[in-house]
Design a protein around this ligand. Sequence first.
Ligand SMILES: Nc1ncnc2c1ncn2[C@@H]1O[C@H](COP(=O)(O)OP(=O)(O)O)[C@@H](O)[C@H]1O
Ligand SMILES: [Mg+2]
Length: 236
Amino acid sequence: MSVTVVGSLNEDVLVAVGRLPGRGETVIGRSAVLAPGGKGANQAAAAGVLGRGVHMVGRVGEDPAGDRQLAALAGAGVDVGLVHRTPGAPTGSATIPVEDGTGENLIVVVPGANAELTPGDADVESVRRAAVVLLQLEVPLETVTAAARVATGTVVLTPAPPRPLPATLTDRIDVLVPNEHELADLAGVEVAERPAAELARLARSIAPCAVVVTLGARGALVVPPQGRCCCRRRRP
Ligand SMILES: Nc1ncnc2c1ncn2[C@@H]1O[C@H](COP(=O)(O)OP(=O)(O)O)[C@@H](O)[C@H]1O
Ligand SMILES: [Mg+2]
């Protein structure tokens, strides 16, 4: 099955610390490890190790971090022919101090080249023809919307990091996959543990398509599409 991911590639810088720093404070880290990341690239890598036919559309800089992201994705079996090198922009990065013991962390993301991914980059055969198009929100919203518009396969949006979703985008989504925090954010309610019926009601309030609410260790809740849904059966 062909899967095309349109989204971010980041280099994660994971720093082990005994204690997270407070505001204005310096702490000494124990180690720094570079790891491939980015919500888009992570989805592509996961799909790539499961099977062939996975393509990534994205942007990295003309820097060693970009070389590492391309090599890591290719190593996971992903076609990276549509990951463009971007002059003058660094490869996106996420610097993440992780506290020993608790695993608590802080994340500072610098989008870099991800912010340069254009609607034109997404308007390509690989997106138009893919059986499944996977989208997230670490690249410009107009690019995500363009990808959803030209796709003829099943369009899956993970709304992370959450931001208001225009109807021009939700109208083109077949499956929305928020976690509990993203669902609460999009629905404009407090984050709390909620019973399934309440989660389903919130899911219905944000989009008419199928919604899969992921619930951490509690699994996931599938909320089927509402009545005449936005799902387009565009293929015969
Ligand atoms: N602690 C856990 N134990 C078992 N499965 C988990 C755990 N955390 C996450 N998962 C699985 O990963 C999915 C996504 O995780 P979740 O925490 O809901 O979202 P996110 O990836 O945004 O943190 C869950 O639906 C579940 O299948
Ligand atoms: Mg989680």
